[in-house]
Design a protein around this ligand. Structure first.
Ligand code: THU
Length: 169
């Protein structure tokens, strides 16, 4: 696809350094962080266990304090039990004590890029700011980037819950 037709979908070409530069500026990522997220989510597709759908997904997240955590989707013979790549990566971060996630990247083998499913959007909501970037790479390493609040408008989050015990039974 030419870069002008990619732009129609809001897709940024991976061979456009100035566009990547402005993504990094707009979303508060260093160029090195963007590169790591990109490489790691693409590599994480290899860890996908997806014998049923054959649809590989890789995800990588960076925590506020530095480390990255990666994951692939994990399916199950009892289909609804499967877990998406985004929740695998985030669960690894959170279970290692990293509860503040700065950015999420996801890669698939399709184009245009896939976006996180509804359940994952809510899962991400728990650990990311509404302004955090969700970077979605397609099979050609081109990407779309949106803020969490754009893919999950009017969301329900931890701050909406009144203190336990304050609600009438
Ligand atoms: N999947 C993900 O891992 N992340 C998404 O955001 C969308 C879907 C997985 C679930 C299932 O293993 C396969 O992709 C097909 O739906």
């Amino acid at each position: 696809m030419s870069s002008s037709s990619l732009a129609q979908f809001g897709i940024i070409a991976s061979n456009d350094p100035s566009a990547i530069e402005s993504t990094c500026r707009d979303y508060g990522l260093s160029r090195a962080e963007f590169k790591q997220l990109h490489e790691r989510c693409v590599a994480a597709k290899s860890s996908a266990y997806c014998p049923y759908s054959k649809f590989r997904v890789g995800a990588s997240v960076i925590s506020d304090d530095g480390p990255y955590f990666d994951g692939g989707n994990i399916e199950n013979a009892s289909y609804p039990v499967g877990t998406c790549a985004e929740r695998v990566a985030l669960s690894k971060a959170v279970s290692e004590g990293h509860r503040k996630i700065k950015a999420v990247a996801v890669a698939t083998d399709i184009s245009p890029p896939a976006s996180p499913c509804g359940m994952c959007r809510q899962f991400i909501r728990e650990f990311c700011d509404l302004k955090s970037p969700i970077i979605m790479f397609d099979k050609n390493d081109n990407y779309v980037v949106l803020r969490l609040e754009e893919i999950l408008p009017m969301s329900f989050g931890p701050e909406a819950l009144p203190p336990p015990g304050s609600l009438k039974s």
